[in-house]
Design a protein around this ligand. Structure first.
Ligand code: AMP
Ligand code: MG
Length: 410
């Protein structure tokens, strides 16, 4: 058996990063991976500005609370004021540049507007300290600095940061092209046969939905090739066809070594394949190989086990690193959180186990009662997986490492 880190190291070693990039509108770049650093050409904010509605002044002009100053100018956001005359204040509104000469803003709630014989004035009820309520030029971003790094996935807030330095378009890695198919003669598509007419032995093809969505969530272009019959010739033909125009072929089912498992002989005829036993639970068997293409780099092939929870978990554990590497992202083991177990897990397993779990209101973890690899309900109930080392039992109160699905999918 192969340890998970060894399996991932082998996968990564065989995965070349895609070299093609494209320019996309920042509006359309959510979830894409940056192909180049985003460098700011300006300071953000571009000038010192006020973070409050109020009055700008020199702190030293306020000898004590209650000091009255004439108001010499009014500066709204989007305007720039003149130099502030000594001994005067400027009426100022959030986001407006602080006028030259002022070094503090007093919020309007601490001021009283006055009429000084036809001229506006203000009574400042507090003693301001220099710098208060001023957002400094460049405190967010310095001109010349890298605000977003190549190889990072663009989140909504990253798009906003790119826009804040004026980037209307971004250079991103082209999406990985992935062909997906399911194997299994027992599989039936929802919508094709209604539940009440299911033939004996048939089950609905759930992996197709889970894996397709996982691939899309990971930023891939998916070619969904449907269900391939459990026959050697059909599997070979499917692999040969799937290799064309794709970086990766992802399959589910048929990776055991039963008579009905044709992926290995089919892939060996069309390229090469290793069947791995990874020391994890769920998801022990995993196939990894390559399918030849005419005159091109071969397509990678990953065969996931058919059990729905196994294929979901092995996607997170083993396919995600490959998709990240294809897109030029650095893969690292998810950090997770150390949390208290509010359950007992008395039976240690020789394999590293990934238990479907979620947090309770007390901040501890609970696990789904049925951890079988066929029980997909567990993966929907759960919020993430507890990563339990081989040979380890868990008792209530123990600290365990929990990785949320969103961390795995980020
Ligand atoms: P296999 O890996 O082909 O031996 O399949 C293992 C188990 O997963 C069997 O019980 C299959 O019926 C089930 N299975 C295989 N493929 C799928 C699928 N696409 N959707 C749901 N269950 C599946
Ligand atoms: Mg099968």
């Amino acid at each position: 058996m192969l340890s998970l880190p060894d399996a991932i190291a082998r996968l990564l070693a065989a995965t070349p990063a895609l070299t093609e990039t494209e320019q996309v509108s920042t509006f359309d770049a959510l979830g894409r991976v940056l192909a180049a650093d985003v460098v700011s050409a300006l300071d953000v904010p571009p000038q010192d500005n006020t973070s409050m509605d109020g009055y700008a002044m020199r702190a030293a002009d306020i000898a004590q609370p209650g000091t009255v100053l004439p108001v010499s100018q009014r500066i709204a956001a989007g305007q720039t004021g003149g130099v502030l005359a000594p001994g005067s204040a400027a009426r100022i509104f959030t986001g407006a540049p602080v006028p030259q000469g002022a070094d503090a803003v007093v919020m309007q709630e601490q001021c009283e507007a006055l009429d000084l014989g036809g001229q506006p004035g203000v009574r400042v009820q507090v003693s301001p300290s220099a710098g208060q309520w001023i957002r400094r030029r460049g405190e967010d971003v310095r001109a010349g600095s890298v605000v977003l790094s190549r190889g990072s996935r663009l989140t909504p807030q990253a798009l906003g940061l790119a826009a804040s330095v004026g980037a209307a378009r971004l250079s991103v890695v082209r999406r990985p092209r992935v062909a997906l198919f399911s194997t299994g003669d027992e599989l039936v598509m929802p919508g094709e046969i209604p539940p009440e007419s299911m033939p004996p032995g048939a089950i609905y093809n759930s992996n197709r939905y889970t894996l397709r969505a996982l691939l899309q969530a990971a930023g891939c272009e998916v070619s969904d090739l449907g269900i391939v019959p459990d026959r050697l010739d059909a599997t070979r033909a499917a692999l040969r066809g799937a290799a064309v125009g794709h970086d990766l072929i992802l399959t589910s089912g048929g990776v055991s070594v039963g008579e009905e498992d044709h992926l290995k002989p089919a892939a060996e005829a069309e390229g090469r394949l290793d069947l791995w036993q990874i020391a994890i639970k769920p998801g022990k068997p995993l196939a990894f190989g390559q399918i030849r293409k005419d005159g091109e780099r071969p397509a990678l092939l990953i065969g996931l086990p058919g059990n729905p929870v196994s294929s979901f978990v092995t996607f997170l554990l083993a396919v995600r690193p490959v998709l990240m590497a294809l897109q030029g992202m650095a893969w690292a083991e998810p950090r997770g959180l150390l949390l208290r177990a509010d359950f007992d897990w008395p039976r240690a397993d020789a394999r590293r186990e990934f238990l479907r779990a979620r947090r309770n209101a007390e901040g501890g973890l609970e696990i789904f009662p049925n951890q079988s690899s066929g029980v997909l309900t567990s993966a929907v109930w759960a919020e993430g997986l507890i990563d339990n080392p081989p040979g380890q039992t868990i008792a209530r109160g123990d600290a365990v490492r929990f990785v949320t699905f969103s961390e795995w999918l980020s």
